[in-house]
Design a protein around this ligand. Sequence first.
Ligand SMILES: Cc1cc2nc3c(=O)[nH]c(=O)nc-3n(C[C@H](O)[C@H](O)[C@H](O)COP(=O)(O)OP(=O)(O)OC[C@H]3O[C@@H](n4cnc5c(N)ncnc54)[C@H](O)[C@@H]3O)c2cc1C
Length: 289
Amino acid sequence: MRGQKLGAGLIAQSQSALPPFVLHRPTSLGEAVALTRQHPEAVIAAGCSDLVAQFREGLEPEVLISVQRIKELRAISNEDGLLRIGSLVSHAEGSRSPEILSTVPALAAAWGSIATVRIRYRGTLGGNLLARRYRYEMPVILSALGAQMQFQGGDIAALPVSSLWDRDPGNVGILTAVTVGTPSLLWFGYERSMRPLSTVSLAVRKNPQAGLTVTAVCGSEYRQPFVLSHTAEATAITELDPAFVGEVLAAQLPDEAGDYSGSIDYRRHLVGVLCRRLLADATGNQRKG
Ligand SMILES: Cc1cc2nc3c(=O)[nH]c(=O)nc-3n(C[C@H](O)[C@H](O)[C@H](O)COP(=O)(O)OP(=O)(O)OC[C@H]3O[C@@H](n4cnc5c(N)ncnc54)[C@H](O)[C@@H]3O)c2cc1C
């Protein structure tokens, strides 16, 4: 039997309910930022698809700030080589955005492949990232793209998506947007055919001086994402050898990436195959596995 919470009202004994909380529904970012400064302990709510699970896990907010009515957080722009995606953009909106489709179409395709139809309309980019759950895919997808999270009203202004698990980000306030630099980006792809065991997102960028950098991010339902990277002297993407680069990337997977669902040797093999497949697509070579 689950407990009756003080002040929660009359509920069946087989159910539990949240104690009363104060709900704020600001309509502008300025108002929301002022509220987070006033209530640093407040919980931010977007689509609430993960928050409902957090409530079941024991979260009991005293103050809830819903950002649903803040139009600024739904904006997507692409200016001066910077793709800027508002945190309140839903998975469905992101996968159909003309700005994203015209700059990084594979990001739109990857985004449209996650979750169920209902969740794609309900769940938001910000919620997917800040739920900080290993099994969610936007951290994996966006880390390979070198995306940065932009915040207001908390203790930090920006943080790379890839550092989500380095430490607890503490009081971040409101995630306003995620930015991706696009001028040096040559190719991006995402492989989720082996989910939940392993997913891989992979980006190829041109280096400022010379050469190419291949960044792969390996995700799994059970472990935090791992960032793998290889710098090649190649001048064009077609010069990359998918088998060689895939092997080099997979070898970087640390031992702690192995778990009860697969030994580290199996994981490295799997990630090598997925990287090779993505690189074969990137280079136009025929897939060999
Ligand atoms: C049935 C089901 C299937 C799913 N399948 C997948 C899947 O295949 N792949 C996948 O990646 N995900 C999947 N998900 C997860 C889903 O994508 C996330 O639940 C969703 O993205 C969360 O977004 P939200 O807006 O509902 O977040 P909320 O529940 O509103 O918030 C989640 C967390 O983020 C914080 N937060 C939200 N927005 C902000 C903000 N702007 N600033 C600061 N903090 C913020 C909240 O405080 C909370 O801690 C699935 C979920 C369900 C229920």
